[in-house]
Design a protein around this ligand. Structure first.
Ligand SMILES: [Zn+2]
Ligand SMILES: [Zn+2]
Length: 147
């Protein structure tokens, strides 16, 4: 997931656009559905490349209530700095190599951060009966107590 920023390195201070759908199969520890869409801008200020914008992706997991597939759309803002190796302000800072910044690690970190603690197939998922395990989205079972 490398972004060629040569034009920015050659023209410090100018802002460049980058928009792309990237095919990936997993990210941030999740299976993904469809491409990662990124809509970014990047610029170089003589010491670092700043990449900013937004991204979205559908992640897939197991519904916390009914255990069926849950697909959740994540949308997040993105802003990261990539330094020249020799200008790295700390050990954890991202760097760029020749003309490329690698978005894979920061994107994965964002997905981990923005993914909900529990995935749901839908906000209104009724889940499984705690007694017989019946899927209450399909129908009620005898254990459903009606008010
Ligand atoms: Zn569910
Ligand atoms: Zn039941």
């Amino acid at each position: 997931m490398k972004l060629n920023v040569m034009n920015a390195l050659r023209h410090p201070g100018e802002i460049f656009d980058f928009e792309k759908d990237i095919s990936i199969e997993s990210a941030g520890g999740y299976e993904t559905v469809g491409p990662l869409h990124i809509s970014l801008q990047y610029t170089y200020d003589q010491s670092k490349v700043t990449v900013f914008g937004s991204a979205n992706i559908d992640i897939k997991g197991c519904c916390d209530r009914c255990l069926k597939d849950a697909i959740v759309k994540l949308e997040f803002d993105f802003q990261e700095y990539f330094y020249k190796q020799e200008n790295k302000p700390n050990e954890d800072a991202y760097t760029f190599d020749k003309n490329f910044v690698d978005l894979e690690e920061p994107i994965n970190n964002h997905i981990e951060l923005y993914a909900p603690m529990k995935l749901l197939c839908s906000e209104s998922c009724k889940g499984l009966c705690k007694i017989c395990g019946h899927d209450l989205n399909e129908s009620d079972c005898d254990h459903v107590i009606k008010d």
